[in-house]
Structure formats: structure tokens, C-alpha cells
Design a protein around this ligand. Sequence first.
Ligand code: KG4
Ligand code: ZN
Length: 388
Amino acid sequence: MKILSIETSCDETGVSILECTGSLKKASFKIIANNLNSQIKIHAPYGGVFPALAKREHQKNLPILLERTLKDAKLENKTKPVDLIVVTSGPGLEPTLWTGIVFAKELAKKWNIPVMPVNHMEGHIVSVFGNKKNKFTIDFKKIKFPILSLLVSGGHTELVLSKKIRDYKIIGETLDDAAGEAFDKVARMLELPYPGGPEISKLAERSRTKEKQYFRGVSEALGPRGSAGVATPDSDPEKIRFSFVLPRPMLHSKNFDFSFSGIKTAVLYLIRDLKEKDPNILQNENVKEAIALEFENAVVETLIYKTKKAVDMYNAKTIIVAGGVSANKFLKEEMKKVLKEKIVLFPDMSLATDNSIMIGMAGYIKYLEKGGKIPKNPKIKADGGLRL
Ligand code: KG4
Ligand code: ZN
């Protein structure tokens, strides 16, 4: 069957058509057409996503992307081009989610086909089974449960346990900022453009390469590194590299929750103290690199430490890391090192940040799990806080 998928939960408008075949034993996907419009440049001057602007952009772009997608798929002259429409209904920004839902419902009415809501986070989870090529298969019989998913995006940081297909239990989550949000906020403090994740990562990587002889890696540092606060910062740019430690919050708490606002605040105070000594301190690339490195280390260490603890506790056989922050190279390398005895899955870079392919994949799996019984005209509501 052909599925048209629509994603508008944040600042990416995505429209794809997937040819989906098979069952919950083995499902195959072929990407017939895929179009994605990123609004990054539009939101960059605001240092984050501006919801009203995002909504307007989705409204403008959805018809354009749909036309292009149907044309790419050579389905533009068909009265019923696809069999099912799936659309992200949450979590995300409610105004932008509504734009996608209203558009999907109108199309479904016009083509007289069913429309089904999909949870954006479920899309991120299944994204690890896709790949760059336009054809891929999920062999469900080979998936080893329980699966522990670490979902790290701009809006979420969650650990999710799955004992079978489409069974999700959140066992831990952030109490304040999401990991991606912390990356974006710290990037802004460092006067780096939005989105901050890739920018911080680039700086940290440069610094890490320079410091290779000192740096031990998270796998070795996983011991009781503790929750040291910020040591007195040294404004000498040559010395700053090793003159401060950021906190690793909640590392030893008994649950699987996270907290990232403390790391963010520690960076804020560090920069404030440094600027008091030298107002132009951030023009020094060494200083920026050093802060980026310690920040990335703190976030990645915390994520890996908690994930490893949950893996041991629940005896997870497969670990999925997904959501925009899963594009972080250091997180990927270190997670694979620490969990080398396990199956560790990350999405292909092209599917790590928001896209509509993952929504189409999650939609087909949901369709199969529901036995193909989809109400023709369901009530679909945008839910910004939708949980798995
Ligand atoms: O999943 P996503 O595309 O959108 C949401 O659903 O939120 O995630 C976007 C987030 C942003 O906060 C961005 O800074 C972060 O993912 N991100 C990264 C990297 N690439 C994107 N964070 C760290 N390292 C990266 N390489
Ligand atoms: Zn996302």
C-alpha cells in the first residue's frame, strides 16, 4: 500500500510517499518520494523556533511540497494517489501540529481515504530501522526485546522501555530542559547560531582532537565522577581548558530521570565570570572550544551513565538512540563503546532530525498492529504534550 506522511511538529515541513508491504513479521518500505523543507534560516535570527512564524511557513509550504511529492512519485494525475495518510499529531508545537492535521484531513476527504495520527516520538524510535537507500526492510523476528530507547531531541529526553512491538513505557525523563534544548541554549550563550547542537559539537570535536593526549573518553570516565560544581574559572585563555568542571546532574539519583538546566546555568555563570575579567573573552576560539568540549562531555556522560544503568536494570538487549541529538558523533561513538556487548542502533544521519519518512514508517507499523482497521474520519487532535 502507498502511504502519504506529513510532519509539521516543529520547524521542518516533511511530506513523503512510501510504498509499504509485508506484515509485523517482516515489513518492507520503499521511499517513492520525499520532500523536506527546513525553516532553520527563518528562525535562526530569533535563536530558536518562533511558533507563529513556523505555522505560517508550514501553511505556505505544505501545498508546494505535496505537489512536488506527487509529481516526484508520478502520481499527480491520480484521483486516489495513495491508500492512507498519516500525520504527526504530537508532541510538538500545537499551532504547527494543527496545520499538518487540518491539511491531512482535507486531503483524506478529497481522496476519500483514511487518515491516521502518529506520535512523533514513535517516529524517532522506528527511524533507526530506515536507511539512506530508498528501500529497507524491518525483520521484526530478529529484533531482540526488551528494547531501551533513549530519545533525545529539542523537546524531549526520555528513556523508554519496550517489551514488544508498539509497547512503550517511559521509565525516566528530563525534569527541566531537554538535551537538545540545553545544546541550543548554551550555543546561544557562546554566540553560536541556531540550532546549537551541531555548532557545539563542531567546536568540541576540534578541542577534543587537540587534547587527545589528555582526554580519556566517557567509557573510562564512567566511574564515580560525581557532581562537581564549577571550579573557579581562570580567564587565562591558555589555561581555561582544564580549569573548570561542569556538573553531571542526577548521576547518582535512584531513578532514571535527567536534569540539564543545572549544566546550562553553570555555563551561564562561568561565562559571566569570564566576561567580568575580559568582556571580549568569547572572541577567543580556544575559550569557546573549551566550554563546548566540557559541556558536550557533561551531557554525553550523563546520558550514557543513565542509559547504561537502565540497560543493566532491565536487561535490555537492544538500545535505540534517536531524536535530533542522536546526530551527535561523540554520543554515538561513546555509547557504542560503553554498550559494546549490546545491539546499539542509531538512525542514519539523514533520518536523525525531524523528517516525514519516520512518520510514514511508524504509521505503517501502527496500521499493521491495528490489523488495518482505521476509522475513515477519525477525530484527530493536536496534542503538544502527547506521551508515548
Ligand atoms: O528531533 P529534532 O530534529 O527536533 C525535535 O523534535 O525537537 O531535534 C532537534 C535538536 C536540536 O536541539 C538540535 O540542536 C539537536 O537536535 N541536534 C544536535 C545535533 N544535531 C542536532 N545536538 C547535538 N549534536 C548534534 N550533532
Ligand atoms: Zn523530533
